[in-house]
Ligand binder design. Structure first.
Ligand code: BJW
Length: 240
């Protein structure tokens, strides 16, 4: 497996919440500690939920933004950025909104579900910078619409350019590495299947089996903060 990675000209990495778990950021679907165990996604992560109670949703994202700002990239994020030293093209396709891949030094990142540090207005998607923290409710854009975090909620389309590029990169990768995602949310969940269909060698890293495991060529069971640095170490020991 390390040899496959070492010889790849292009590596596409699909990441989910699990890669940031060891940075102290909760995942969504863990039965005990996942966000959806104590919060209702229909009220907090849909456009309808936002319109029903804008301050509730605004405060929930403020709380999560504070966690993200406090967090540091973990050895898993760092190992992925180190792979760039050994593979000519590494693209990170992430469902995460926390910005930790960029802070770990990865240079080519496709954010499928947006970024919690950015804001836009609800009606017209006007981007908005410099929003004060702790307002308690969403301020308004100059067009009059309420501001919201620039993330993708259920029922919303993913940013078209990001999605198009993700499909294209995954089709042309020799190796696809799927890390810390349950593989339950579409369309991101279809990317590993497309990679496999186009002949990529598929490696999955996760403590649990997922919807992707059945098609993986190699399933490495464990935490990404432990497994990914070991992969990098094994790659460094190999000659190409
Ligand atoms: C570790 C670890 C460690 C733990 N190391 N690993 C029916 C069928 C098919 C599709 C649909 C359907 N009904 C509706 C849909 C569409 C819907 C969808 O897929 N729903 C499914 C839930 C059924 N998708 C959408 O709505 C998307 N838009 C879309 O499709 O547009 C077209 C359309 C429109 C209208 C109707 C139909 C189609 C948009 C999806 C947006 C998802 N948004 C969220 C919130 C983002 C903002 C925020 O953060 O608040 O994105 S939801 C949440 O799930 C978040 C994540 O990015 C996403 C994926 O979760 P992820 O990352 O996989 O996390 P978990 O918690 O699920 O898994 C964590 C994993 O880590 C686990 O496997 C652990 O084992 C592992 N782990 N510790 C490594 N240390």
């Amino acid at each position: 497996m390390a040899q496959r990675l070492r010889q790849a000209r292009k590596l596409a990495v699909l990441t989910g919440a699990g890669v940031s778990r060891e940075s102290g950021i909760p995942t969504f679907r863990d039965a005990q500690t996942g966000l959806w165990a104590s919060y209702d996604p229909a009220r907090l992560a849909t456009p309808q939920g936002f319109l029903a109670d804008p301050p509730l949703v605004w405060r929930w994202y403020d709380m999560r933004r504070a966690i993200v700002l406090d967090a540091q990239p973990n050895p898993g994020h760092l190992a992925l950025s180190e792979m760039e030293e050994m593979i000519p093209s590494v693209v990170i396709i992430t469902q995460n909104i926390d910005g930790l891949h960029a802070r770990a030094g990865s240079r080519d990142i496709i954010e499928l579900h947006g970024n919690i540090a950015r804001y836009k207005c609800f009606e017209n998607e006007h981007p908005q910078a410099d929003v004060q923290p702790g307002l308690g409710e969403p301020p308004r854009c100059s067009c009059g619409s309420l501001l919201r975090p620039d993330v993708v909620w259920f029922g919303e389309n993913l940013p078209p350019a990001a999605l198009e590029r993700a499909f294209s990169e995954i089709r042309s990768a020799q190796v696809a590495l799927v890390v810390g995602t349950s593989g339950l949310v579409q369309p991101a969940a279809s990317l590993p299947f497309i990679a496999r269909h186009h002949g990529a060698y598929l490696v999955e890293v996760n403590p649990e089996e997922t919807a992707t495991t059945i098609i993986a060529d190699c399933f490495l069971q464990g935490r990404s903060g432990e497994i990914l640095p070991r992969i990098v170490e094994a790659m460094r020991d190999l000659k190409v």
